[in-house]
Design a protein. Sequence first.
Length: 109
Amino acid sequence: MPELALLVVACGLATYLWRGLGMLVSGRVSMDSEFFVWAGCVAYALIAGLAVRILLLPTGTLAATPLSDRLFACALALVVYFVFRRNLFVGIAAGFVALVTLLAMRIGF
């Protein structure tokens, strides 16, 4: 039990140490600096790459769905996202419903 308590304390210190350092440094960092512009671009590229990988090379249950169904659901989700003033929840829900509906139609429900 003492080992577990020591582990919890060590993890807490490690977490709060970095948070504290972040707070100390945050006042001196410009959000418009080239580093933050670069970091934003890298973040968007990683998200786009992951989305394309999931769409084109899925694993698990999604791999059993036809590519055409995944592409249609993705396109519909994007359209709904923009029509509903960039509401991410509504866009994702529309894509999910479209994919489930297409799969249900294929198996005869």
